[in-house]
Design a binder for this molecule. Structure first.
Ligand code: IMP
Ligand code: MG
Length: 191
């Protein structure tokens, strides 16, 4: 097949610049396990899942349907201040929670924890609001660039290598969030 015809036939889901790391099937099985774990840990509690926009939206949508409890959801949007490409750890709240978390058991839902700077600041902010407990569920854990070593991830989908990943909510300049799998971008300059 010529390069031209490969290009003509490739779609966003079959983009040759993407190498699948976790398939839809693998993700589905793992989410079911995490959902069971969260269900067991929060029986009889007032559970609220807090999604961190935008990256967590796909994980949150699947995860909540794997939790067999009475529960609610809420969202926050934060922007991390970056000094060039390096996160400084300061976060600005762009959208705050709609409801109080006082007395509730909160599970913060993230797409990926990298340096951990954004999440540890966010947990600090939420920590002053009187929740009964605050836990962290991150679909991916990329431990190698971690700066906040003390950050505890209570529920993790997969521990991943220090590569730039897209799909299942994760983006590169806004693109690829809709991929139903997690992929490595082979050539970031062509992404
Ligand atoms: P950090 O833990 O403060 O460094 O920031 C984590 C955030 O960086 C995540 O919520 C993502 O938005 C973004 N991020 C980190 N690694 C990746 C990646 O491999 N692909 C896409 N976004 C990433
Ligand atoms: Mg994010």
């Amino acid at each position: 097949m010529s390069a031209e015809s490969v290009k003509a036939e490739s779609t966003e889901f079959t983009n040759p610049n993407l190498e699948v790391l976790y398939s839809e099937q693998q993700i589905r099985e793992r989410i079911r396990e995490i959902g069971d774990q969260i269900t067991t840990d929060h029986r009889g509690r007032e559970l609220v899942l807090v999604g961190v926009l935008k990256g967590s939206c796909v994980f949150l949508a699947d995860l909540m349907r794997a939790i067999d409890l009475e529960m609610t959801i809420d969202f926050m949007a934060v922007s991390s201040y970056k000094d060039g490409t390096v996160s400084t750890g300061d976060v600005e709240i762009l959208k705050d929670l709609s409801n109080s978390i006082r007395g509730k058991d909160v599970v913060v839902v993230e797409d990926i924890v990298d340096t951990g700077l954004t999440l540890s600041r966010l947990l600090e902010i939420l920590g002053s609001r009187g929740a009964r407990s605050i836990k962290l569920a991150s679909f991916l854990d990329k431990p190698e660039p971690r700066i906040k070593k003390e950050l505890k991830i209570d529920y993790t989908g997969f521990v991943v290598p220090n590569k730039f990943l897209v799909g299942y909510g994760l983006d590169a300049a806004g693109r690829y969030r809709n991929l139903p799998f997690i992929a490595v971008v082979r050539d970031p300059s062509a992404a």
